[in-house]
Ligand binder design. Structure first.
Ligand code: FBP
Length: 550
């Protein structure tokens, strides 16, 4: 067994707090029937057995059934790591054991692929106890295999039957919960006797709606990034000689960048959704940053911080059109990877529409190539591989040189580059994520017990103390719409992008001019696990402003 740090030992003893509605026996109260957020007819036709189900809320059951038959459950961790996954599993374990101590939990290894390939372990109490309140997904591993073929569903069913599994819990982001929904529909349509429940995971924070207030992991990951950005700000305010270009994870939406901006008050933060709404070009973005650099230089401040959301490139309208055409082109060119780098470049330029080919050619060669790299199994461009922080600082440097030549800039510009993503995904969950994840898992056990399938575990009222949280389930079909993926229209969970009319963005927008010119840095410091509630238990700024914050 590996040696444990002092913090690991102390954290192992932390008992996550459950909403009071989940203390003891519960009953499910049905709400109104639901419908999908868009494309209702198409989604209904694709999910005839799981469409339109009611929302569920759990309440204490004053007259619980005396006998419950034991059942077995399978669990999968899917997609990118997010702090708190181990607590979802420990909550699920404790939840099913509280229903009947003979219930068993099996973990499929390395993501959805483990179900298809029949790779699993039984999760016993000694294994679970090793992982309580820890970061990472290493208890069973994770993967990005997309479950979409009937053959995969049938292979999965073989092992589920062999292990006598009544329900499968898929812990994942929007794509993985789309998989969960497709699987739930298939098993219900074929009377397979297997329920499927999803849990909302992703540091990106883009799996949310009225009933799913946040995805787990966002809170911890943004606190980790804000700590290190704060440290960088102290460093640059001390030496006063560098501009730091900091790219932050978040494949599509800019929630992470926005949350970090609210926590650290940088000199500049790009919000991709605003770039798209204002139809900005790459040059507009570069000019905006250069203008702030020049203004600060007038005050003698040749230093600063720029936060860049990872998904930016796909939100610049002209780049978006280029990427969409590239996605289709690459999806229909199976031998693309076999071509040499030069052949790939010429092939792309020859086959794109002239306007897109022109943009592709105008990009630095390295960045253009990064746009043609393999898509992930869900057809997404792997934006974490595109070095936007370097692209932007290089272009800002050139713009400032032109401005200097024209007598419009007097100053020194030296840049440093950072990319924060992976270092936040497996941090020990904050108290918020530790409690939230445990509650999501425990609640999933209750959804299984009440026979639900095609539901996502939902725990709400999250800015209130955890005992007041509301627990229940939301039909996954309710979150779906039709989108183009890998060249075809597919039913998928609609991503929640930053709402430019929402309070978190408005709070940022009303303060950013001051942050740009004056040095207003905040230094959040490391996550605290023990101590006063105002230091240890605060939810994210995003959640705070979205719910009730002034
Ligand atoms: P999920 O949506 O699966 O949670 O993953 C999110 C994410 O962390 C993105 O922020 C990032 O772009 C991507 O995963 C990186 O993927 P990988 O781990 O495969 O490099």
């Amino acid at each position: 067994m590996t040696k444990k740090s002092a913090l690991q030992k102390a954290r192992a003893a932390y008992q996550p707090k459950l909403p009071s509605a989940l203390w003891g026996a519960v009953k499910a109260v049905e709400g109104e029937p639901t419908q999908s957020v868009a494309d209702q007819e198409e989604i209904k036709a694709l999910f005839p057995n799981t469409y339109g189900l009611p929302e569920l809320t759990f309440e204490k059951d004053p007259k619980p059934a005396k006998v419950t038959t034991p059942f077995n459950v399978g669990v999968i961790l899917s997609g990118g790591q997010a702090p708190g996954g181990h607590n979802v599993i420990s909550g699920l374990f404790d939840g099913i054991k509280a229903i009947n101590k003979e219930c068993r939990l099996y973990g499929f290894l390395m993501g959805p692929g483990g179900l298809v390939d029949h790779q699993y372990i039984e999760l016993t109490s000694s294994i679970i106890d090793e992982y309580r309140n820890t970061g990472g997904f290493d208890i069973i591993g994770s993967g990005r295999t997309k479950l979409e073929e009937v053959e995969q569903f049938e292979k999965g069913l073989e092992i589920l039957r062999e292990l006598n599994i009544k329900a499968l819990v898929i812990i994942g982001g929007d794509d993985s919960n789309t998989n969960a929904c497709v699987l739930a529909e298939y098993y219900k349509a074929h009377n397979a006797g297997v329920q499927v429940i999803g849990c909302p995971k992703t540091i990106d924070g883009d799996l949310k709606n009225d009933m799913i207030e946040t995805s787990f992991g966002f809170d911890t990951a943004t606190k980790v990034y804000s700590e290190v950005i704060g440290n960088i700000q102290r460093d640059c305010n001390s030496a006063k000689k560098y501009w730091h270009f900091i790219k932050l994870m978040g494949r599509s939406a800019s929630h992470i960048a926005l949350e970090c901006a609210l926590q650290v008050q940088p000199n500049y933060c790009i919000i991709s959704e605003e770039v798209e709404a204002k139809n900005q070009t790459l040059d507009d973005i570069v000019s905006g940053i250069a203008a702030v650099v020049a203004k600060r230089a007038e005050n003698g401040d040749n230093f600063g911080t720029v936060l860049i959301p990872e998904g930016l490139i796909e939100f610049i309208p002209a780049m978006k059109a280029l990427i969409a055409e590239l996605n289709d082109l690459l999806a229909h060119t199976p031998d693309f990877a076999a071509k040499s780098e030069d052949e790939q470049r010429s092939f792309v330029i020859a086959n794109l529409k002239p306007e897109n080919a022109k943009i592709f050619e105008s990009l630095p060669k390295g960045v253009a190539r990064q746009l043609t790299l393999d898509r992930d199994p869900h057809g997404n461009v792997q934006v974490s591989l595109i070095e936007t922080e370097k692209l932007l600082s290089e272009m800002v440097g050139k713009k400032l040189a032109d401005m200097k030549a024209a007598g419009k800039y007097v100053g020194k510009f030296a840049a440093q580059h950072h990319f924060f993503g992976y270092e936040g995904r497996c941090a020990d969950p904050s108290n918020f994520d530790a409690d939230y994840c445990y509650a999501l898992g425990y609640n999933a056990a209750q959804l299984i017990n009440c026979g639900a399938t095609g539901y996502m575990s939902s725990v709400r009222n999250l800015t209130k103390p955890s005992v007041q949280w509301v627990a229940g389930g939301i039909p996954i079909t309710m979150m779906m719409n039709m989108e183009r993926r890998n060249g075809k229209m597919k039913p998928v969970i609609q991503k929640a992008l930053v709402d430019l009319n929402g309070k978190p963005f408005k709070k940022f927008a009303e303060q950013r001019d001051e942050w740009a010119l004056n040095t207003c840095y905040m230094y959040p410091g490391p996550i605290q696990y023990f101590g006063p509630a105002e230091v240890c238990d605060q939810p994210s700024r995003t959640l705070y402003y979205e719910q009730d914050g002034k």
